[in-house]
Design a protein around this ligand. Structure first.
Ligand code: ATP
Length: 826
């Protein structure tokens, strides 16, 4: 027979040895209550009690049996296990992103204020072009649009129609322009003026994915759900970013000294800087010499607008103070070019050593370089992602320059992010992915925009047409005749040789070469070098030349099978020419119009539209709408965006960013949480005897719960690992600890029940409560909770016995707690 021991206050260890009361197996095993045909019923394993018999005195076969090592199967699905699994998942996600910061709320207040100020500055920069709503006149029939309140519809057209009295008090004969939108169950019309305030384009991350269903005018509940899902996902993203940002702000390094050497370095720049360049120089200089937190600045400038000099000056500032700088390029070709430019610019400073780490090097050369980096004998290290590997050990790294960050893989981006908390980071981008730009402008990253070209730059002439040999030959001839060089780009390695044969026949006396990423390193290096020197006149290549390559004498680029490139990629490729004051040409050839999909055509038309200098930004926006969203965002976000479309996603992201301080939950101390349920579980003596040191074990449970949910989870898992699944009364005890811990995390200071009502006194704001309930997975709990005054209230169907009430509270708190990742927790 099991002897039950009361543990009245959980922290009173003397109680364990003291009182003995009669067995009550029903109470220990009671695990549910509900309404049956015979009235209130309560379940225990192998038995059902009715309300009349619900006295918990019947005996039951089911009892706890000591079992070490393995958990009982039934434990797999129990509430504590499920909760623990969720906590573990959440934690590992956070550890992966390396962003968890614990911060005093006062300190957090200060930082949140900084974020807000920064956002304000960002907003000022955005000025006129803020907002993602669509101008209805730019829509084409068949385009998908999103109305914030109704959902996804298909744009039909704009037509004059008689004004409906509700929109216009004028007489019925007056006509105004309406936007007509088709929904699943009918057609809607919206005055154009109103439409431009309410409509967004429904672009999706993935071009092949089209909305399967249109929303219903008569039932917007499905749309509301999608919107809520999107909102929660965004909120989580904002919290993650916020944490990363706060983490960075917490880092400290002494500002770099102002030195006369810098003036000398600056004087070596052969050009008159453009005003935007000048501003970028000032911004970076301030970041480095006037701030104590590491820089995280993005330099956004169209292709060839002179971003490199900004990086060079930052490098000089850091290196002349005795620190190392690393320059990370997406391709080896570009790394080599950076190396050349840097070596050239720093050649008058013999003490500053520049090194290139590349796969072109022999093993011994590489080892030599790694050694020099470690010993601090190299001041500037240039290379590709291999610089991020664990084999590269820096002596005294101060600055990381990242060129075209979006071209790095997810893992590499994570590595780059991890640098941000310890060193200054300067990122250069010619295709500002809107998210980067957006966040930069709204508070999480600083940005300098270079939106004016160097003087005398001439826009590149784009010629889009079906492929023809004659056109290819005449384009090349034109360029060669004026002493220039030509890039000939194909999407695949296969086919390069064929083009080579054709061109060699047509231009027998011209030096032509092939370049692609799979070539032997030495060969590729030599080819690029010879092309840069002007010895090779025509370079037939893959998109290995895509970014950053700066060869001023190459002013014609021919791109074959243009439909196979991404828009941003094409823009980059086209930017390889026109980098001096000569007029440059880009010939974009597609095989045959009929072979192109609508999407491909749309993309090409966009490229043709963006022929003016400095239109890279608009293009990047368009490109994102059309394709490749997944490469910019993570998998998860790509899915989330699908709910509402990109434009509304951004709008919601922006809203969420600007309300960053409204979604804060302030936890309360663990010991201050009162749970007035009068539940004092009794541990069976068998179990007590089985535990090695019961008092210590109970004490540890309390300590773990007091610390945090993660410790409590560990505790519970260890307990089960060591002693098997606990008896029911121990489970109740654990649930009480969990409930108290979760309540503390949620800022709930008191939980009590009265009849069918459960009350949770809390300091959280109504907005936070709303967000939490919106993100709850279970309708049952969501629908039963209301927020009134300073309390969360729930009305149950019936008054529950105490243990079932605890179970209900445990589950409800677990649901609420699952929303914490979407909240700022200070
Ligand atoms: N103010 C200026 N006046 C004239 N030429 C300049 C100026 N600034 C830079 N340049 C030259 O313009 C060319 C392009 O500059 P740079 O390579 O810095 O461009 P970028 O913005 O880095 O381009 P990409 O995005 O393609 O890498 C270089 O040859 C550079 O020397």
């Amino acid at each position: 027979m099991a002897l039950l021991l009361p543990i009245p206050a959980l922290n009173s260890s003397s109680a364990i040895r003291g009182l003995r009361v009669p067995p009550c197996p029903g109470a220990s095993f009671c695990c549910g209550v509900g309404l049956g045909r015979r009235g209130l019923v309560c379940w225990v394993p192998n038995a059902v009690y009715t309300a009349q018999t619900h006295t918990h005195t019947q005996s039951t076969e089911q009892q706890w049996k000591p079992k070490s090592g393995k958990r009982e199967d039934s434990a797999e699905g129990d509430a504590i296990t499920i909760l623990n699994e969720r906590i573990r998942r959440e934690q590992s996600k956070r550890e992966g992103s390396g962003t968890r910061t614990v911060m005093e709320s006062e300190e957090a207040d200060k930082y949140i204020e900084m974020v807000k100020q920064q956002q304000q500055r960002g907003l000022e920069k955005l000025r006129g072009d803020a907002g993602y709503k669509v101008d209805p006149y730019t829509l084409r029939s068949g385009d998908y649009v999103v109305h914030k309140k109704v959902g996804i519809g298909r744009f039909v057209g704009i037509k004059l129609d008689s004004a409906s009295p509700s929109f216009n008090s004028a007489s019925k004969t007056d006509s105004i322009e309406y936007v007509f939108i088709e929904y699943a169950d009918g057609m809607a019309k919206l005055p154009v003026k109103q439409a431009s305030r309410l409509l967004y384009r429904y672009n999706l991350p993935n071009e092949t994915k089209r909305p399967r269903t249109l929303s219903k005018l008569s039932d917007t509940s499905v749309w509301e759900k999608r919107k809520t899902k999107g909102k929660i996902a965004i909120q989580k993203m904002v919290v993650d970013l916020m944490e990363l940002y706060l983490h960075r702000l917490k880092q400290r390094r002494p500002p770099y000294p102002l030195t006369p050497a810098m003036t000398h370095f600056v004087s070596q720049f052969p050009y008159q800087p453009t005003p935007d360049q000048q501003q970028a120089f000032i911004d970076v200089h301030k970041d480095l010499t006037a701030r104590e937190t590491p820089m995280d600045r993005l330099i956004c400038g169209d292709v060839g607008f002179g971003k490199t000099e900004v990086a060079l000056r930052a490098i000089f500032c850091v290196v002349s103070a005795g620190k190392q700088a690393m320059v990370l390029a997406p391709t080896i070709v570009l790394a080599k070019q950076h190396f050349d430019v840097i070596s050239d610019r720093f050649s008058i400073y013999p003490d500053i050593k520049v090194g290139l780490l590349s796969r072109f090097q022999t093993k011994a050369e590489k080892e030599g370089h790694l050694d020099m980096i470690k010993k601090g004998q190299l001041d500037i290290i240039v290379g590709t992602h291999s610089l991020l590997g664990s084999r590269v050990v820096y002596n005294n790294l101060g600055l990381l320059v990242v060129d075209e960050e979006q071209r790095f893989g997810v893992k590499q981006k994570e590595k780059i992010a991890s640098f941000k908390t310890s060193v200054d980071v300067l990122t250069l981008s010619a295709t500002p992915i809107p998210r980067t730009l957006y966040l930069a402008l709204t508070g999480f990253r600083d940005v300098s925009l270079i939106s004016t070209p160097p003087p005398e730059r001439v826009p590149i002439k784009s010629h889009l047409s079906a492929y023809s040999k004659e056109k290819v030959l005449s384009a090349i001839k034109h360029e060669l005749d004026r002493g220039g060089q030509v890039f000939y780009v194909l999407p695949r390695i296969k086919g390069l040789e064929e083009v080579m044969d054709f061109l060699e026949q047509s231009f027998p006396n011209v030096e032509i070469a092939i370049a692609h990423g799979k070539q032997y390193s030495k060969q590729l290096e030599e080819t690029m070098e010879n092309f840069a020197q002007g010895e090779i006149k025509i370079l037939i290549c893959t998109n290995i030349v895509e970014s950053g390559l700066d060869i001023q004498n190459a002013n014609t680029i021919i791109i074959q099978d243009v439909q196979q490139f991404g828009l941003a990629q094409l823009y980059q490729l086209r930017g390889r020419v026109g980098r001096a004051d000569k007029e440059a040409h880009a010939y974009l050839f597609y095989p045959e119009k009929s072979l192109l999909t609508d999407q491909a055509l749309e993309r090409l038309a966009a490229l043709e539209e963006c022929c003016e200098l400095g239109q890279g930004f608009q293009l990047a926006e368009k490109d994102m709408g059309i394709r490749g969203f997944g490469t910019i965002f993570g998998e998860q976000q790509t899915g989330d965006v699908g709910n509402v479309g990109i434009d509304l996603f951004f709008e919601m992201l922006f809203e969420s960013l600007s309300k960053v301080d409204e979604h804060r939950v302030v936890s309360v101390p663990y010991w201050s949480v009162e749970i007035d349920l009068n539940i004092n579980p009794h541990l069976p003596s068998e179990y007590i005897n089985y535990l090695e040191n019961p008092m210590e074990i109970i004490h540890e449970a309390e300590k773990a719960a007091e610390k945090d949910i993660w410790s409590l989870m560990h505790y519970a898992e260890n307990l089960r690992r060591q002693y098997g699944k606990e008896p029911h009364s121990m489970e109740i005890l654990l649930k009480k600890l969990y409930a108290r811990r979760m309540a503390a995390d949620l800022g709930i200071s008191k939980i009590y029940a009265s009849g069918k009502m459960v009350f949770m006194k809390t300091s959280m704001k109504k907005k936070v409560f709303k967000l939490i309930t919106e993100s709850m997975a279970s309708d049952v709990y969501r629908n039963s909770l209301v927020f009134e005054g300073d309390q969360i209230k729930a009305e149950l169907l019936l008054e529950l016995p105490r243990e079932q009430l605890l179970n209900w509270i445990f589950q409800c708190l677990a649901e609420l707690h699952a929303s914490l990742p979407a909240l700022i927790k200070y």
